[in-house]
Design a protein around this ligand. Structure first.
Ligand code: 5GP
Length: 190
């Protein structure tokens, strides 16, 4: 996605060799037109996957997900990050390690918003070690539903997540794929 590459190069700040900051259009301020365009790309790639719902992980996945959901005319569900286990039968929960914050949280989904027949597209802002996407997939599969695919805005291709997800057989589609990060350096795979 050319316009996304351009914005990453113009506004992205590599905080280290591992973390990219894109607060000006994705993680703090949101560029709604850019998010809408992301939706057109995700729709084009996933439109024949039989998707029934889009799941995302709060909070930075919400903007691209809702734009995709609107264009695919599908509901969107936000998986919540809870600090502790909820002790009732109304939710599915799984423990996920946060890449940027360094602590564990309980990714939580109400049983009301998933059905065995659902084919779910997971969308998130970044892919690093794949923990968040794998957590979402665990919740979906625990409910007896299917993961239709995983859409990522910015994949850090040099980190383990992309290979882990592909090895598990998930259909992964990323709008930008970063090969290398460093001081004043952002290199794309293609
Ligand atoms: P993973 O679960 O794949 O290890 O990491 C993905 C999650 O961590 C994303 O939901 C995102 O919130 C956060 N994350 C991972 N790497 C980055 C990064 O380089 N920049 C930002 N802003 N968030 C990241």
């Amino acid at each position: 996605m050319e316009s996304l590459h351009k914005r990453i190069l113009e506004e992205g700040i590599a905080l280290s060799e591992n973390v990219l900051k894109v607060d000006s259009f994705l993680n703090h301020q949101v560029d709604s037109e850019l998010m809408y365009e992301m939706g057109t790309y995700f729709k084009k790639y996933f439109q024949n996957h039989g998707v029934t719902k889009i799941f995302t992980i709060e909070s930075s996945g919400i903007a691209p997900s809702v734009m995709t959901a609107m264009q695919m005319k599908l509901p969107m569900v936000t998986l919540k990050k809870q600090q502790s286990k909820i002790l009732n039968d109304d939710v599915y929960q799984t423990t996920v390690h946060s890449y940027t914050k360094g602590y564990d949280y309980e990714l939580t989904l109400s049983k009301n918003y998933i059905d065995k027949k659902d084919k779910i597209l997971i969308i998130d802002d970044f892919l690093a070690n794949g923990e968040a996407a794998l957590g979402a997939a665990r919740l979906i599969e625990e409910a007896g539903a299917t993961v239709a695919g995983i859409g990522i805005v910015i994949e850090k291709s040099f980190q383990p997540g992309p290979k882990i997800l592909k090895d598990k057989g998930y259909d992964l589609y990323s709008l930008a794929r970063i090969a290398k990060l460093g001081k004043n350096l952002i290199e794309f795979v293609d």
